[in-house]
Write a protein that binds this ligand. Structure first.
Ligand SMILES: Nc1ncnc2c1ncn2[C@@H]1O[C@H](COP(=O)(O)OP(=O)(O)OP(=O)(O)O)[C@@H](O)[C@H]1O
Ligand SMILES: [Mg+2]
Length: 496
């Protein structure tokens, strides 16, 4: 029987869950017997095989090992060269998804349709790349769901969490803070703030620097000279970090990779917390920013819920407790709840009201009455946090006589200054010549429930129009044909 499943495609760990017949979601283990699969791919030099998961993470040539590819999902030009073949982030993610699909379908049966979760602040391109990755892995994406939304669905189901909720998700690579309202089966998202490059991976790197310093102090030598050894020590640092979530003090012994010189590393929880204090403070600033943007105070929040492996750090809990004057809730399996919530999504009868994750608009010459000058500015058509799906139209006037080609740049970002927004697409429209300036051009943006944007430009006088699914065929995104070819290619690969 074909199953309906949810997948959390994480920066460090990925998980797949399905909905049991009793209506409860359950994680499906991979063929290595693990509930979560490290999001790591290794390209073997000898055999034509791609390793995914722990085997990929724990051994092998660092030049052939790909970590944290999720951080590059918005950049199709971030190509990884392996033996002359250039892999896109989407293709690397497809290998991870292909292993999940293959391993888990042995236990629960065919997997065709999936709900995949993405960070709330993932942009258009990253969302599109995620959908393409799933297609290449032979799965149809029923819907993309924001990670905090999926987590909230799980908390509502599992812990009866209701009311105004703040989801604090600190994973391996990103922080996501989302404020939402849960009422029965209905969820209404109010806002999301996020920081990329802020998560457990950063804490490991900071700890690694401490290892290096202590080693140097004790032996006068360098701890590592190559990337392979560096990765091993990084893994040891991560293990020590996890122990410090349970113990006050941890000792470790490390050797360098040349003469085996040994040093003893002494770590305390207090010392580690000092090392990561600035980063943790930044997470609270983002919490503040999220609350400010919807004009709420900490006391307006009924429940703070913890998501992501890094919320196991005791300091995260005490910090949030101090800020909100109430203890945050943890479901325990903080690194599984996003996948579990995604699986629950299948049967949800209630409504999920999401908001758009960024402002969208266009570049236009705006007349400033005070200075009497015209200036190129970003003109927002759909502001951030507008409930979706939505559609908004704004009128613009042509600025020159005899304009034959209308060019509409589609922007993502709030700032008025074009320098501080991203141009994520461009629409061009041929219009009849020999017209004076001041012809009306209507620009309509619509935002669908997968948080994908469409733009429509209409020349009012001639009725000519042009529509674009932003980034669908934008720079670096695969054409349908290319996608099919790569899907076929991927099916024939040996993935272990
Ligand atoms: N006991 C623990 N103490 C501290 N950190 C932990 C603990 N257990 C797991 N982590 C950290 O949690 C992180 C992984 O969390 P999670 O699986 O939620 O991330 P992810 O979903 O892969 O990342 P992201 O949500 O950023 O895409 C790792 O950095 C890991 O070291
Ligand atoms: Mg996560």
């Amino acid at each position: 029987m074909a199953q309906f499943v949810g997948i959390d495609l994480g920066t460090t760990l990925s998980g797949l869950a399905y909905l049991k017949s009793d209506g409860n979601p359950e994680i499906v283990p991979n063929a290595d017997g693990e509930r979560l699969t490290p999001s790591v791919v290794y390209f073997d030099a000898h055999e034509d095989v791609k390793l995914v998961g722990s085997a990929a993470r724990d051994g092998g040539d660092p030049d052939r090992t790909i970590f944290q590819i999720k951080r590059h999902m918005d950049d199709p030009e971030h190509l990884i060269d392996i033996d002359g073949k250039k892999w896109t982030p989407s293709e690397i993610s497809a290998l991870i998804l292909a292993k999940l699909k293959r391993d888990c379908s042995r236990i629960i049966g065919d997997i065709d349709e999936v709900v995949i979760t993405v960070p709330a602040n993932f942009n258009e391109l990253a969302r599109k790349s995620t959908i393409a990755a799933a297609e290449m892995a032979g799965m149809k994406v029923k819907r993309l769901v924001n990670e905090p939304t999926a987590a909230a669905v799980y908390y509502a189901h599992n812990q009866g969490v209701q009311g105004r909720v703040l989801v604090y998700d600190l994973g391996g690579g990103t922080l996501d803070v989302t404020v939402l309202e849960v009422s029965g089966d209905n969820i209404k998202i109010l806002t999301s703030e996020g920081a990329r490059h802020l998560g457990g991976g950063n804490f490991d790197e900071i700890l690694l620097t401490a290892y290096e310093e202590q080693y140097r102090k004790q032996t006068g030598a360098e701890l590592f000279s190559d990337e392979r050894h560096r990765r091993r020590v990084l893994q040891a640092a991560e293990d020590a970090k996890k122990m410090l979530s349970k113990l006050q003090r941890v000792n470790d012994t490390i050797a360098n990779d040349k003469d085996g010189g040994i040093a003893r590393i002494d770590l305390t929880r207090e010392g580690f917390e000092k090392m990561v204090r600035r980063m943790l403070t930044r997470t609270i600033m983002l919490v503040e920013q999220a609350l400010d943007s919807v004009k709420l105070k900490p006391s307006d929040i009924d429940h703070v819920v913890l998501v992501g492996g890094s919320t196991r750090l005791p300091k995260v809990k005490t910090m949030l407790e101090k800020y909100f004057a109430k203890a945050p809730k943890s479901c325990g399996n903080v690194d599984e709840c996003v996948a579990l919530g995604a699986a629950l999504f299948a049967r949800k009868s209630g409504r999920i009201q999401e908001v758009c994750n960024a402002s969208y608009g266009t570049l236009a010459m705006i007349y400033n009455a005070a200075t009497g000058e015209e200036k190129l500015q970003n003109s927002v058509v759909i502001p951030k946090n507008t409930p979706i799906p939505c559609s908004r139209t704004q009128m613009y006037l042509t600025s020159e006589d005899n304009e034959k080609l209308i060019e509409v740049d589609i922007t993502q970002g709030e700032d008025e200054d074009p320098k501080f927004v991203d141009v994520i697409g461009r629409l061009t429209l041929d219009v009849p010549p020999n017209r004076p300036k001041g012809c009306e051009i209507a620009v309509t943006f619509s935002y669908d429930e997968n948080q994908r944007v469409r733009a429509l430009v209409v020349d009012k006088q001639s009725g000519r129009s042009r529509e674009l699914a932003v980034n669908y065929k934008g720079a670096g995104v695969l054409s349908e044909e290319e996608l099919k070819r790569r899907t076929h290619h991927l099916r024939a690969m040996r993935i272990e």
